[in-house]
Ligand binder design. Structure first.
Ligand SMILES: Cc1ncc(COP(=O)(O)O)c(C=O)c1O
Length: 388
């Protein structure tokens, strides 16, 4: 059976929504982007949301809006996509890498605590696979050391978690700034896009201004008021979300509950089918009081029980028609990051050990039960052939 790692189906409503915008004559940032902002704000319960062209841009804007730059340190993980750390490098600050928790693959707050010094200004936490970080611990560190928490929530739109013994909140309201990705493979998509969420009006206004060159009036405002005069209050970025992109998000967010429920259902099918192979494959953790977004289904090979390594496992699974991926190659393994991060051998023990074990299996709402069973059958076949 052939099961691709990712596939996206656009509904008739998605196509109609994009067509309507295309026919409406206003394609760049305007009413549809504003509509998407409102829908995301309502869903997450946050005060402010700014639609942007990507989560990458959202992270750059977050750091700029918090005035983080040269001389500052920002603690983050190497077990992430380059965008998380690149934003820190690009703003002139120093990325400081903490190790991860080998179970959740998220930042380990104890390691973060050990990296804090007087130059530390912020922590960028990443909810790997849509599983929220230990925010109770991270928020406590931020409070104690007066740090800003930036949530790279690229994977976790739709997730919720405990932030105190009594309060469970949606991802999107926890950090000083929270950034979603609406890239094509993400839980909510606008093809390319993202959103910056914050409870702070000044940060939101600054992110909005900086997302459009630092211009004080949007194109729509200038067009509507036939007012050509504007100021550039500071040098900004070009990172606004077009209405054409937003139109897709507006349509898909209407059925987001059902898209998320499909992800949960698929994760349960994997769990039910693969739990009897847990000596060979560690399945993703699940926690009470946490509603994870199941962006990715990452399993970890128990390498002691395999005659082959992870790379060969992926090769064999691919030969059986199953698309899979690796999230993530630790950043310090990339040539561009070697000299920037200067990680010593063994310093990121769990990051490196986890990397050698992880395989991401197909997980997207369109996946049929028969396809999930096909993936599990292929894994069983590999257990029989290469398990020990
Ligand atoms: C953890 C993480 N952060 C940031 C990004 C960047 O997202 P975007 O493609 O929307 O810029 C990604 C993209 O995959 C990601 O996985």
């Amino acid at each position: 059976m052939k099961v691709p790692f990712f596939r996206l189906q656009s509904s008739a409503a998605d196509i109609a929504s994009v067509k309507k915008t295309l026919a409406g004559g206003w394609l760049t940032t305007g009413e549809r982007a504003a509509e998407l902002e409102t829908l995301v704000k309502e869903r997450c319960g946050t005060k402010h949301a700014v639609a942007v062209s990507s989560a990458t841009a959202g992270l750059q804007l977050a750091l700029a809006a918090l005035d983080i730059g040269a001389g500052d340190e920002v603690i983050t993980t190497a077990f992430t996509f380059t965008a998380t750390c690149a934003a820190i490098v690009q703003c002139g600050a120093k990325p400081v890498i903490a190790d991860i928790d080998p179970v959740t693959l998220n930042l380990d707050p104890h390691c973060v605590a050990g990296k804090i010094n007087k130059r530390t200004r912020a922590i960028i936490a990443v909810d790997i696979a849509g599983l929220p970080c230990d925010y109770r611990a991270l928020l406590a560190l931020c409070r104690k050391h007066k740090l800003k928490l930036i949530c790279d929530a690229a994977h976790s739109f739709g997730a919720a978690t405990r932030v105190s013994s009594k309060r469970t909140v949606a991802i999107g309201v926890i950090g000083a700034v929270n950034v979603f990705s609406f890239y094509s493979t993400k839980n909510l998509t606008t093809a390319e896009g993202g959103m910056v969420l914050t409870q702070n009006k000044n940060i939101a206004e600054r992110v909005r201004r900086l997302s459009l060159h630092g211009i004080t009036k949007s194109a729509l405002q200038r067009n509507r008021a036939a007012d050509w005069r504007y100021d550039i209050s500071e040098i900004g970025f070009k990172a606004n979300l077009s209405d054409l992109n937003a139109a897709l998000g507006v349509s898909r967010i209407q059925r987001f509950d059902s898209l998320l429920a499909s992800r949960h259902r698929i994760a349960k099918w994997y769990l039910d089918e693969l739990r009897r192979f847990e000596e060979y494959i560690e399945l993703p953790p699940q926690f009470e009081n946490t509603n994870q977004a199941w962006h990715l289904y990452i399993v970890k090979l128990n390498l002691k029980r395999w005659k082959i390594g992870r790379d060969r496992f992926i090769k064999e699974l691919t030969k059986l028609g199953i698309g899979c991926g690796v999230h993530y190659i630790p950043l310090h393994y990339f040539s561009a990051y070697k000299d920037i991060l200067k990680i010593q051998a063994g310093e990121l023990y769990h990051t490196e050990k986890s990397y050698a074990r992880v395989v991401s299996l197909p997980l997207y709402p369109e996946l049929k039960r028969s396809e999930v069973m096909g993936v599990c059958d292929a894994i069983k076949e590999l257990v029989q052939r290469y398990g020990k």
